[in-house]
Design a protein around this ligand. Structure first.
Ligand SMILES: Nc1ncnc2c1ncn2[C@@H]1O[C@H](COP(=O)(O)OP(=O)(O)OP(=O)(O)O)[C@@H](O)[C@H]1O
Ligand SMILES: O=C(O)c1ccc[n+]([C@@H]2O[C@H](COP(=O)([O-])O)[C@@H](O)[C@H]2O)c1
Length: 212
């Protein structure tokens, strides 16, 4: 039975902190990522979202920009938002960033935290192909960002994956890191596609410029 304090406030005990992990290559981190983090936080009732840049992403071809630059852009993107923070666990570890390894480490380091992994709607259908996905599903939940006007990708998934996934709505934001890199190569503007602090970092460090 819950106790009633002298002030009449019911004490229900603390619930575990809920943290969403938003993993990505973040080359560079952009406004679409931040809107996704915020939609997941609100839609899934998360207390915080941790932005986790991968060291070597498992399913991507080609080398990503140096991890230190991607980390600094991630920190810059999180600036000024108390619900957002960077997590450098995969960059510190190095090598290919399989989510199962990260999840096991996080569970060990933060046993009282409830973790969810946030993924874009385009990723949901590929979840069954993730390395040791059966073990990941035993450890954490997923939050998928539903694209408006698109069928719910979760419905095609087998159980228990389907049960482990919560879909939340997010406005369609047609921004990708690939497009941002391409714009820089062509000398076109990327202003407002990335947060101002990230824009200044990219300009200040001459990132994604055409090879001279
Ligand atoms: N515009 C967007 N809206 C919603 N989710 C996004 C968007 N862009 C990326 N994501 C999601 O963010 C996560 C990390 O994405 P990633 O860092 O690979 O960015 P990207 O823009 O897709 O990169 P690239 O163009 O280099 O493939 C993935 O789960 C991806 O689905
Ligand atoms: O572990 C896996 O097999 C796996 C396969 C594809 C993607 N992921 C993770 O999903 C996140 C988004 O990946 P990406 O390639 O869109 O940057 C990132 O944290 C990856 O490490 C993980």
């Amino acid at each position: 039975m819950d106790s009633i304090t002298p002030e009449g406030v019911r004490e229900q005990g603390e619930r575990p902190r809920r943290v969403g992990i938003m993993g990505g290559t973040f080359d560079p981190i952009h406004t679409g990522h931040l809107l996704a983090a915020e939609a997941a936080r609100e839609g899934a009732g998360l207390d915080e979202v941790w932005l986790l840049p991968a060291s070597v992403p498992p399913h991507k071809q080609g080398a990503a920009t140096d991890g230190e630059h991607r980390w600094r852009m991630t920190v810059a993107a999180a600036e000024g938002n108390d619900f957002l923070r960077g997590c450098d666990l995969e960059l510190r570890k190095g090598g290919v960033s399989y989510t199962i390894d990260t999840v096991l480490l996080l569970r060990e380091r933060f046993p009282d935290t409830q973790f969810s992994f946030i993924i874009g709607g385009d990723m949901v259908a590929y979840l069954p192909n993730w390395h040791r996905i059966d073990e990941i599903v035993e450890q954490i939940r997923f939050v998928g960002l539903q694209r408006p006007g698109y069928p719910n990708a979760a419905e095609g998934l087998p159980d228990p994956l389907r049960r482990a996934l919560t879909m939340v709505p997010m406005p369609l934001v047609d921004i990708s890191s690939t497009d941002i890199r391409e714009r820089r190569r062509q000398g076109r503007s990327i202003r407002y596609l990335v947060p101002d602090a990230v824009y200044r970092y990219i300009e200040g460090n001459g990132l994604y410029e055409p090879e001279s």
